[in-house]
Ligand binder design. Sequence first.
Ligand code: F6R
Length: 368
Amino acid sequence: EKGGHEYFMLKEIEEQPEALANTLRGHFDGGRIILDEQRISDQDLRDVDKVFVVACGSAYHSGLVAKYAIEHWCRLPVEVELASEFRYRDPVLDRATLVVAVSQSGETADTLEAVRHAREQKARVLAVCNTNGAQIPRESDAVLYTHAGPEIGVASTKAFLAQIAANYLVGLALAQARGTKYPDEVAREFAELEAMPAAVQKVLSTVDQVRDLGRRIADSKAVLFLGRHVGFPVALEGALKLKELAYMHAEGFAAGELKHGPIALIEDGLPVVVVMPSPKGRAVLHSKLVSNISEIQARGARTIVIAEEGDETVRPFADELIEIPAVPTLLQPLVSTVPLQVLAAEIARTRGYDVDKPRNLAKSVTVE
Ligand code: F6R
């Protein structure tokens, strides 16, 4: 049941703290990160020299987020690939390549075929999946299950947040195997992840504000999303949610690209959602984004700014300010995504659409 909510998606958005806690539970024991299934030796994990993340849609965005963490923690090159593109190229794979296949359903045809292609080339495959015993984990060398619970809404919400957390656990498992992080550092990163359900709970207090905003901008023609660093894939995810639910033109950009083209799209009244990095954690990027916001505001954009609480520098440039709790830089997507989910759902509802069953979309895409 929808638990008193008008649509399942809102219930699932509110279940995100629990989805995260359940995904982390049991994965740090005896001072070590543990996967659910590992048919790959510790030695092989240690010898990995390149990582590909392959996935589709929101799962792909979870991989883009994880790239920042895995490269930083493991000092390994990480490529994030749309599964549908990966297998029709000629990717360079061998025994020392780890392919992380991320899929909520575990049945997505393109991702499954990417897994098969990778294994034929002798790469090791690790599945991150929300569905016990699905085909992708069955055909993989190692598995980490997200425990988001069944997702009824076609648009991914809690599974997406759980995928980010699980991808981070994969990064920590690799860092531990490779020795690029000391055991106490792995323990500290895990403890920071464990604090995230409470942070997500806190950001849920913005739901009413964001729904009200959604109602006010529901008749816009388009919405743009800007972010940098881990905020860039969040911008892509915010745009995808809006396209699929509200059937609106929406695009996510890396804010640094603004002057290379997208700024030409800015016109009077166009809502632009900006995901701000922390003013302390990422001071340089923060100041660059503040100047981006002032530029687009000067050109008439309606600025909707997702910023860390207490971030005063951004206030003068925000037509609407949505505050998120201060969390470690790499973990910010777990809180900054939440208002974007709510925004898309509420715009869709205001426009009279079925939030849980958007047109033309299926929950699990088992054909190519
Ligand atoms: C977006 C959405 C889709 C899925 C994609 C992959 O809200 O739900 O983009 O993320 O179809 O699905 P899985 O994760 O099942 O492979």
